[in-house]
Design a protein around this ligand. Structure first.
Ligand code: FES
Length: 75
């Protein structure tokens, strides 16, 4: 799905940019030119960043559980 039609930037590209450290729309503007033309994509870009960060947190939590499984009732 396109996030920014003016610059043909896809959701996948946004997710990749977030994986590489993009945290704000400003970062996406610098890296992918998101929002640099009509600006209609800015709110969608914000939502994509938020979603990508949520996915990253879930992936991190899964890895953490694999590394250090929680032992319930072991306190
Ligand atoms: S849709 Fe992104 S700048 Fe127009």
């Amino acid at each position: 799905m396109y996030v920014c039609v003016c610059n043909a930037v896809t959701e996948r590209q946004v997710y990749q940019a977030v994986k590489q450290g993009a945290k704000t729309v400003k970062h996406l503007k610098e890296q992918l030119n998101v929002g640099t033309e009509c600006g209609r994509c800015v709110s969608c870009a914000k939502a994509c960043i938020k979603e990508a960060h949520a996915e990253q947190r879930q992936e991190f939590a899964k890895k953490l559980i694999q590394i250090a499984p929680i032992q319930l009732g072991a306190a």
